[in-house]
Structures are given as C-alpha cells and as structure tokens.
Ligand binder design. Structure first.
Ligand code: PGA
Length: 222
C-alpha cells in the first residue's frame, strides 16, 4: 500500500446484474492502469469470483474489495460469507458501513470480530466511522470517515470539517483516512489533501455509472 498516492474506492452496494458488472469492469478496468494511485471496486459477493477472474485475465491494476464479511470464522451460519472464503478474491473489505450498522445491527463487538477475521487471512479492512468519537480497532490501517448526513444526499461534509476529523483520527491512530459521502468529479479534489485526506469512498451516487466514476479518476489525475 502506497501511503502518499490517493486511494479511490467504489462501493456498488446491492446493485447490478453480472452483465452490468462486467460492462462496468470493461470500462473502469483499463482506466485503472494509468491511475496514479489505487482504485478498488467493491461489488456484490455474487460477482467477486467472476470479477476477480476478469481482472486477472485482463491484467488490470484494479483491486477488488468486499462490502462486508462475516464476524463468524466458519460453520453453521446459513447465508454468511466468511473472510477465508473470499481471501483469494479480494485485497480489501469495507467493515462497518453505516448502512450495515443501521440495517443489520452491527456493533463494535461484531465489527471487531470482522476486522480480526479479515486480518487473519490478509484482507485489509476499510473501517467506516461516522464521527471521530467512534472506536477504531487497534490494527486498522485505513479509516473511512462517512458522516450519515452526507451519504447519498448530494450534501457532502465541508473540506474543513473532513480535514479536522482526519487530523483528529491521525493523532491517535497510524492510519490512512479517506472520506465518503456525495463525492463527485466536481468536488473530489477539494476533499483530498496530501498526507491528511488520502482518498475517497464513492457510493452509489457516482460509482454505479462507470463513466461518472471514471470522471472522478480523471479529476484526481489532473
Ligand atoms: P454516496 O455513498 O457516494 O452515494 O454518497 C457513500 C457511501 O455509502 O459509501
């Protein structure tokens, strides 16, 4: 992981069919090769194996992440997907997205187990917080600050506040901090600040359309 180059993460949430996902990869994959930083896409679990295969065959720089993983290691947990099952497919996993904390009652105990399970198999957690007061597990390298009011609303937090929070988080944690919430090609560069705000997490608003996501990559590359 290069700490000085931007990290741009697309969270596609529960969207797309495989055909649509495949077309998305065909457009974004080649663009990732010339991007001066790291581009990560987090598709549905359903498409991780086929996406990984496609990225490998095409030899794109694009990295894969999952949107979550189980807090169980393995066993009789119908419907769960464990860290070890996706370890060969992804390098990253989003952990603790506010949509999961809210809709699936995730708490700091289960999030801690998810981080532990990810780390055990070499997956890098992208740990989401909503405020600098949220507890961050000790072995985290990437924190995503994603205030609830900014997600999917077209109303991002201010660069000043994001920088203040990034500074606060970095005071006590040796981590990269990325920002998420209504990031677009038009505003992305006001958020990034070398050595302070290291990247962005782009949700459904501007990552589902591959062209909009590519525009973000173009804007950051300028
Ligand atoms: P948004 O979502 O970019 O659509 O605001 C951000 C997120 O959920 O990570």
């Amino acid at each position: 992981m290069n700490n000085s180059l931007p990290l741009i993460v697309a969270n596609l949430k529960a969207n797309k069919t495989w055909d649509q996902m495949s077309q998305w990869l065909d457009l974004v994959g080649p663009r990732s090769n010339s991007f001066p930083g790291t581009v990560v896409v987090c598709p549905s679990y359903a498409f991780l194996a086929s996406s990984s295969q496609k990225v490998k065959v095409a030899n794109w720089k694009l990295k894969l992440g999952s949107q979550d993983l189980s807090h169980f290691e393995q066993g009789a947990y119908t419907g769960e997907v464990t860290a070890s099952q996706i370890a060969d497919l992804v390098e990253y996993s989003i952990v603790g997205h506010s949509e999961r904390r809210q809709n699936f009652d995730e708490d700091e105990i289960s999030l801690g187990k998810k981080v532990e399970n990810a780390k055990k198999v070499g997956i890098e957690p992208i740990y989401c917080i909503q405020s600098p007061d949220d507890r961050i597990p000790s072995d985290i390298n990437i924190v995503a600050y994603e205030p609830f009011f900014a997600i999917g609303t077209g109303n991002p937090d201010t660069p000043q506040n994001i920088q203040k929070i990034a500074r606060k988080v970095k005071e006590t944690n040796k981590v990269q901090v990325i920002y998420g919430g209504s990031v677009s090609a038009e505003n992305v560069n006001v958020f990034l600040l070398k050595d302070l705000v290291d990247g962005v997490l782009v949700g459904a608003t501007n990552s589902l359309d591959p062209n909009k996501f590519i525009q973000i990559l173009e804007a950051v590359s300028k």
